[in-house]
Design a protein around this ligand. Structure first.
Ligand code: FES
Length: 109
């Protein structure tokens, strides 16, 4: 599985960083009840068929796909499937009502 999105999507695996390895800014500015706004625009890209995990906490280094940063938060990544290669707009503001896809909510932040 590969894709041309910014930040190569990954499935969950044991290769993710552990909480002790997370950057200090994630721990020190973490708000328990709100996801971090990774960017105020979507990640528009082409994804191949496969399984992906959308970053829900907003702390992933690529903003779109889980990199394990949620492990110190109450959030969990959202699994989604792509059945055939297609262009998508992945939400990075974490305010969409149609996750993981952008619904324009970033325009009113
Ligand atoms: S980037 Fe989140 S709704 Fe557009």
């Amino acid at each position: 599985m590969t894709g041309s999105c910014h930040g190569l999507p990954r499935t969950e695996s044991s290769s993710y960083r552990q909480p002790k390895d997370l950057p200090k800014h994630i721990v020190s500015h973490y708000r328990e009840d709100k996801p971090n706004i990774a960017a105020n625009h979507p990640n528009v890209c082409e994804l191949e068929a496969g399984t992906y995990y959308w970053c829900v906490c907003g702390h992933s280094q690529n903003g779109s796909f889980c990199d394990g940063s949620h492990k110190t938060t109450p959030f969990t990544p959202q699994k989604f499937e792509i059945s055939e290669t297609q262009k998508v707009a992945i939400c990075q503001c974490k305010q969409t009502k149609n996750p993981p896809y952008c619904d324009g909510s970033h325009k009113v932040l």
